[in-house]
Design a protein around this ligand. Structure first.
Ligand SMILES: [Ca+2]
Length: 122
């Protein structure tokens, strides 16, 4: 009985080590945070400081429900090479907040966290 539990314990440790070894290369190469935003696009993130899920836009979106980002964006990095406007309403309606080319930060600075429903780029 004692021997059996010791063997099971050893197998458990070996399996954990093998899993960690396999996972390491993928983790090392994966971009995180703001760095996920592809050049030439404006990116919205569901968390502050480029965290959470991300949606990226070349020209924008009249309805962020289509990108699962409606009223959930908390940060932005505008790499589109042109200005970006985010709007509180669909189809570029309501109040808007301008982010110049290259600008990035938290939407909370202008009171726009978790309210954006559309975005226009360029
Ligand atoms: Ca909204």
């Amino acid at each position: 009985m004692k021997l059996k539990s010791r063997i099971l314990g050893t197998v458990g440790i070996a399996a954990a080590v093998a899993t960690a070894t396999v996972a390491l290369p993928a983790t090392a190469n994966a971009a995180v945070g703001y760095d996920r935003c592809p050049s030439g696009h404006a990116c919205l993130f569901s968390g502050a400081n480029g965290s959470g899920s991300m949606a990226y836009f070349r020209y924008g979106s009249p309805d962020l429900r289509g990108q699962s980002m409606d009223n959930t964006a908390e940060s932005i990095w505008n790499r589109a090479g042109a200005g970006a406007l985010i709007y509180t309403g669909y189809n570029y309606s309501g109040e808007n907040d301008h982010w110049g080319s290259g600008a990035r930060g938290n939407l909370s600075v202008n009171g726009f966290a978790n309210v954006a429903s559309s975005i226009r780029v360029g």
